[in-house]
Design a protein around this ligand. Structure first.
Ligand SMILES: [Zn+2]
Length: 262
């Protein structure tokens, strides 16, 4: 199952980094409602077209010392970070699951998670272009043997994902008198349920709430209780938790079942 061939893993890294370049395009253009195909990439400051030799994942950023070749404006370090993490995390997925349906799904989800993480962090939205086709795709892929879930687990997952999150969201709105959980989160949860099943989804919800509370409390503490109303998007915590669930979900669910004696 697991893939240890260094040549294949190196190729996976290059593929991941190149795809990471495309993820950067998604992160920049989808929230701005721009076309993904044209115009070609330009410097956001001087609008000079970026040549192919300045568009090599990770390397170009290092060679150009993080600045535009023409106007010397600083390029966000998010660009190489996204490319590097897409490369490394794709390698991890194939290293653990091999070139299998599980490996492919893990790589695909990892790429989606990176995009959602940064888009929600900056714009506090999780675009429907990911979650709606994603939910359908997750359910369709569950019919392929050797994936993470059976089609029944996937179907229950997407219903629980949509339902439970909608309930939590409405309850939060009722208690806190403001939107606690966006509908983007609800749709994203449905997609996660479709891909990973309802058991993983509950694990993800618990993990994400835990992470979110820690970060939220830390931020309130650091800001000296000045802006308690500051909104922290939930999506980044969902993506981290879902990514963790891909690798540890089976073990944790099994341990939990043993714990409650099922
Ligand atoms: Zn420039």
């Amino acid at each position: 199952m697991a893939m240890r061939d260094p040549v294949i893993l190196a190729l996976v890294f290059v593929f991941g980094a190149v795809f990471g370049s495309f993820i950067n395009v998604l992160i920049y253009r989808i929230p701005r409602k721009m076309s993904l195909l044209k115009p070609p990439s330009t410097c956001p400051n001087c609008l000079t077209k970026i040549r192919y030799y300045d568009n090599i994942p990770i390397l170009s950023f290092i060679i150009l010392k993080g600045r535009c070749r023409h106007c010397r404006t600083k390029i966000s370090s998010r660009y190489p970070m996204v490319e590097l993490s897409a490369g490394l995390l794709a390698v991890l997925a194939i290293f653990v699951f091999g070139v299998t349906p599980k490996g492919g799904i893990a790589v695909f989800l990892t790429f989606i998670f990176i995009a959602v993480f940064f888009i929600d962090l900056e714009f506090t939205i999780i675009p429907d272009v990911f979650t709606l086709p994603g939910t359908v795709l997750g359910f369709c892929l569950s019919f392929i043997p050797g994936g993470f879930v059976s089609w029944k687990q996937s179907l229950i997952g997407l219903i629980v994902g949509g339902g439970v999150f909608l309930l939590v969201g409405l309850l939060g709105e009722f208690i806190f008198k403001k939107e606690a959980l966006g509908f983007g989160d609800v749709k994203f949860a449905a997609m996660l349920g479709a891909f990973l099943g309802w058991q993983n989804l509950l694990l993800i919800l618990v993990l994400a709430s835990f992470l979110g509370s820690i970060v939220g409390i830390t931020m309130i503490y650091l800001s000296g209780r000045k802006d308690k109303s500051s909104y922290i998007p939930f999506g980044p915590f969902l993506t981290i938790s879902a990514w963790l669930a891909i690798y540890t979900g089976d073990i944790i669910i099994m341990a939990y079942r043993r714990f409650i004696g099922l």
